[in-house]
Structure formats: structure tokens, C-alpha cells
Design a protein around this ligand. Structure first.
Ligand SMILES: *Cc1c(COP(=O)(O)O)cnc(C)c1O
Ligand code: SF4
Length: 451
């Protein structure tokens, strides 16, 4: 079947998940046909950064007539440019001389440590504790109303995105893995923190969990009957990478029934769907899966980073948002690629990111303009680039926090010197003052958590 023909879905289409990794990706017929050089490049990069694809991605999302430029191919298969040339050569030499596993691992870890594996103070600053002092490594609590929860069984995904900022969790180097076994500790934390209204299940991908496990976590939360908890959010890429999770997988119905129970309990289930490209919204199976999720009463909101080589044009974004609205989803965030891993390959200058955002918004109806961005999840908070302007003859970038470690910081405009090469907050200089307004307070917060 060609891509164009896959616009309807019937229950006869019920594949089992077949994953491809570094060990066996060369068996994929479409890969076997590529040049030896290209395959070796993938192997080099795949030995440093995580790699996993699956049969749905390979057979239905990637257009193999469009290699090497196909966006979904770049999104899921290792690309040479993801490693800096010196790192690439180092791993290539190691593989060429047929080093043993241990040496390959050592070289890989050495390179990984140079890729800023823990950006935005995730390790030091966001790990919460219970009143009795128990540290909760399976949670992050950065913004007052919302805490992140990383169930220990969701530290993987149906396929891996090449740009993923959570990559250290998938290469076995992340000792904490932010993983926590007990939903009960989560409940205790929510009791101690009445300011929290939202719990965001994340990972990896929580929709990789079997429904029985997932429902255990959810039911623990619902049974605790916490008045402050209003919304359970699920951050997931399963609609894009494995829609059968909601259609024909053995636990599809139980998963959907769990969503329904959340809604019936009077709380909201916010399904935070990760889509990077309109191609992920084309298949009959994804459309059917979206419908089934929405039929539970859950609301689907969508988000994605802006990525060079994958979705760096305003046409792609307006098309993606329009399709999402058409399918009943609410565009939510456009992110900026984080300062970790292969940022040098996927990153986009902030000024350019704002232009793409502005041009994409311009071409969609108000229903798609619910989206906010481009937004950087930086150490002080989520910083949105509002645009470029001129103040007293000086060209500046206008910025604003959408979320802040201190809620008082939110929505206060601030200014940076115009810099069309900057790709992250750290690259920017305040336009009129020696420091950004939040810097002194942030320094104090940092010293509190590291001492
Ligand atoms: C983005 C994010 C949230 C959720 O923020 P919303 O603006 O409410 O969607 C919560 N915690 C962290 C650490 C985040 O990065
Ligand atoms: S689905 Fe999300 S967590 Fe998984 S690899 Fe992609 S970006 Fe990372």
C-alpha cells in the first residue's frame, strides 16, 4: 500500500509491535538497500545516541522514495550530523579497529558526558522531597501547579526521536532515571502540596506501560480523592508512533477505559500528544486512534519542538496545526530544541524560530492560535520569544516567561540584545541591564539546592 492509500483504517489492520534497534536495523529491507557508508554512519551515531524504530514508522510513516531527506526518517534514524565531527570520528575509529564492547561503551560514555546530559538544572533543582525527607527521584516539581511523574515502567518509547532531550535515560547512563515505583509516594506528595492541580505522567512514554500497570497508578490517584488534583496529564508520542495502542493492542480497551474513569471521577484527562510533522497525522490508524481517545472525554493537546531537517518551515507548522484542529486536537506548545544532545544539528536560531512561528500562525484560523511559542524550557522557566522590536533606536528581542520557578516572573516582558545567531537563553545578553531580572533570585535558588 502506498502512503496515500492509508487514509482509512479497518480492524483487520492490527499489527504487533516489532522494534528495530542498532542490533538488527540492517535487516529492514529499505535499509539493506542503502550504501555501506550510510549504514556505517548510522551505526556510529547509534552507538552514542539512542535509536529505536518500529514497523509502523518504517512501513507507514517514512517515505522511502525520499531518503535521506524524509522528515520521519531523520526523526527516527541516526544522522551523521547529530555528532560533532570530532565525536563522530572518535567513534568511527573505535568501531573500525573492532574494539571490544567495553571500549566502545567507554568511548560512548565519554562523548555523552560532553553533550550536557542534564540541562535546565533537572538533576539538582527539580527533585522534590516528602516532609519526612524522602527524596522523590521519580518526580520533578518546578512550576507550582504541575508536577511531573516518571513511572519506572515508562522509561522507554515505541520508537525514539533522534532529537530527544531525555536521551540519557535511554542509553543506560542515567543512574537515577527519575524512576519511582510507588504511586503512593506521589499521593503523599500531592497531599503535602495543595498548590498542585496537575500531575503530568511522562517518561519515556507512559503509554508504553501495559494498561494494567497504568491503571494501577491512575486508580491510586483517583481513590485518594485529592481535592487539589484537577487534571491528570499524559505526555505521549504513542498516537504518532504506535496508534494501535488505542485500537487493536490487547490492552487498548482497558487503556481507554482508564481514561474514561478519570473523566467520570470529575477530573480532566489531558492527553498531551507529541506530533512533529503532518505526515504523522495522515494514516487511517492515527485518525481512528485520535477519535477513540477523544470519545473517552479526554482532550488532546499537541506539542512539538521546532527542528531543523524535520519541520523548519512555517508551511509545515500551519499544515500540522490545521490538521490537528480538523481532527479535534488543540495546538498547545511549539518548543525550542533544548541545550543537550544533538542541539547543534536540530537547533534553530531563536530569531528564525520566531519568524517561522509568526508566519505559521498568520495562516491559520483562531482555533489553531491556541498554540504558544516558540518556548525554551530553560533553567528559570519556559521563556517565549515574543519577537524583535526597537527600543530607543536599539534593536532588541522581546521575551516573556510562560512558566517560572517563581510564579511572579510569569508574563513580565524582558529584553535581550538582538542576536540572530543565538539558539538558547544562555546565548542572550540583557539589552538594557547588566543582568536579566530573574538572575539574582535564580542564583539564590541554585545555591540552596546544591548546598
Ligand atoms: C512544561 C512543563 C510543565 C507544564 O507546564 P504548562 O505550561 O502548564 O504546560 C511542568 N513542569 C515542567 C518541568 C515543564 O517543563
Ligand atoms: S517520544 Fe518523547 S521521550 Fe520518547 S524519544 Fe520521542 S521525545 Fe523522547
Amino acid at each position: 500500500m502506498t502512503l496515500e492509500e492509508q487514509t482509512t483504517w479497518s480492524e483487520n489492520e492490527s499489527p504487533s509491535l516489532r522494534s528495530y534497534t542498532l542490533q538488527d536495523f540492517q535487516k529492514i529491507p529499505q535499509i539493506a538497500g542503502l550504501s555501506e557508508e550510510k549504514k556505517f554512519e548510522m551505526e556510529v551515531v547509534g552507538n552514542v545516541l539512542p535509536f529505536k524504530a518500529n514497523n509502523y514508522v518504517v512501513e507507514q510513516l517514512i517515505n522511502w522514495n525520499n531518503i535521506p531527506n524524509d522528515p520521519i526518517f531523520v526523526l527516527t534514524f541516526p544522522q551523521k550530523g547529530m555528532l560533532l565531527p570530532n565525536h563522530f570520528d572518535e567513534m568511527a575509529d573505535t568501531l573500525k579497529k573492532e574494539a571490544d564492547k567495553k571500549e566502545i561503551q567507554e568511548v560512548a560514555n565519554k562523548i555523552r558526558l560532553q553533550l550536557n546530559p542534564h540541562p535546565a538544572g533537572q538533576m539538582e533543582m527539580n527533585v522534590p522531597a516528602l516532609k519526612d525527607g524522602t527524596k522523590l527521584y521519580g518526580m520533578q516539581h518546578k512550576y507550582h501547579e504541575t508536577c511531573l511523574f516518571f513511572p519506572s515502567q515508562s522509561q522507554t518509547c515505541h520508537a525514539y526521536c533522534t532529537f530527544c532531550f531525555r536521551w540519557p535515560q535511554f542509553v543506560g547512563m542515567d543512574e537515577m532515571k527519575f524512576a519511582m515505583k510507588e504511586g503512593e509516594q506521589l499521593v503523599q506528595y500531592l497531599i503535602e502540596h495543595p498548590e498542585i492541580s496537575d500531575v503530568l505522567f511522562t517518561g519515556g512514554d507512559p503509554m508504553i506501560m501495559k494498561a494494567s500497570l497504568f491503571s494501577t497508578y491512575i486508580d491510586t490517584l483517583l481513590e485518594a480523592d485529592l481535592p487539589n488534583l484537577k487534571t491528570i496529564r499524559i505526555g505521549t508520542k504513542a498516537l504518532a508512533y504506535w496508534p494501535y495502542k488505542f485500537l487493536t493492542d490487547r490492552d487498548a480497551d482497558e487503556t481507554l477505559a482508564t481514561f474514561e474513569r478519570v473523566e467520570q471521577s470529575g477530573k480532566h484527562l489531558a492527553f498531551m500528544a507529541h506530533f512533529n510533522h503532518p505526515a504523522e497525522l495522515e494514516t487511517g490508524s492515527v485518525k481512528a486512534a485520535i477519535k477513540r481517545v477523544r470519545d473517552t472525554g479526554a482532550q488532546i493537546r499537541t506539542q512539538s519542538p521546532l527542528l531543523t531537517h524535520i519541520n523548519d518551515s512555517s508551511e509545515i507548522w500551519s499544515k500540522m496545526w490545521q490538521k490537528q484542529v480538523e481532527l479535534g486536537c488543540i495546538p498547545y506548545y511549539m518548543f525550542v530544541v533544548r541545550d543537550t544532545g544533538a542541539q547543534h544539528y536540530f537547533g534553530i536560531p531563536l530569531v528564525r524560530a520566531h519568524e517561522i512561528f509568526k508566519d505559521a500562525v498568520k495562516n491559520v484560523s483562531g482555533l489553531a492560535r491556541t498554540v504558544r511559542g516558540p518556548s525554551m524550557s530553560a533553567t528559570p522557566g519556559k521563556v517565549q520569544i515574543d519577537g524583535v522590536s526597537e527600543v530607543n533606536g536599539k534593536k532588541v528581542m522581546v521575551l516573556r516567561m510562560l512558566q517560572g520557578r517563581n510564579p511572579e516572573w510569569v508574563n513580565k516582558p524582558f529584553f535581550a540584545e538582538y542576536d540572530d545567531g543565538a539558539i538558547w537563553l544562555d546565548d542572550l545578553k540583557p539589552a538594557f541591564e547588566p543582568k536579566f531580572f530573574f538572575e539574582d533570585e535564580l542564583t539564590k535558588m541554585k545555591s540552596k539546592t546544591t548546598s
